[in-house]
Design a protein around this ligand. Structure first.
Ligand SMILES: [Zn+2]
Length: 152
């Protein structure tokens, strides 16, 4: 089961539940998807992914850069996946889930309106671009990589 954030031509956003990506494609093609607010079938997927922002993003980024970047050998791939899973579960355990308020909360912290804390949540590509332009570093949560070929 997968959940997509969907949006209609009138910018109403809602969630759609699908058995698979193929199920989503099929329902979209057959115009079976419609907005619960205005019943428009002009519906598209909002590309989102999970991101985290932590109090020490900057310093951990610096540490990562100072380490020499070793090329990943193919037989080490399994290990890398395990490490990413470990990192993901660490981040999930140590951050507060703010869901779709991620962008807003991140900005509030950046401008000192709220206390600095480690949070995670969903953001669209558009929002990520916005945050980057404001000089805010966020980390994509491993395992939630955006399907680049499915954008737009
Ligand atoms: Zn609508």
């Amino acid at each position: 089961m997968i959940i997509y954030d969907l949006i209609c031509e009138h910018e109403h956003s809602f969630e759609g539940w699908f058995k698979s990506t193929e199920d989503y494609d099929r329902q979209l093609a057959e115009q079976m998807l419609c907005c619960p607010v205005c019943e428009s079938s002009q519906v598209r997927k909002v590309p989102t992914a999970s991101f985290v922002v932590t109090r020490d993003t900057r310093s951990s980024r610096k540490n990562a850069n100072s380490e020499s970047m070793k090329p990943i050998e193919s037989n080490a791939k399994q290990q890398t996946i395990a490490k990413l899973a470990q990192l993901a579960s660490y981040l999930i355990k140590n951050t507060e889930d703010v869901g779709r308020n991620f962008t807003e909360e991140t900005k509030k912290m950046h401008y000192g309106e709220t206390e600095q804390k480690s949070i995670r949540g969903q953001a669209t590509l558009e929002e990520v671009k916005e945050l980057n332009e404001e000089g805010i570093d966020i980390i994509a949560l491993p395992g939630t990589i955006i399907e680049k070929d499915k954008l737009n």
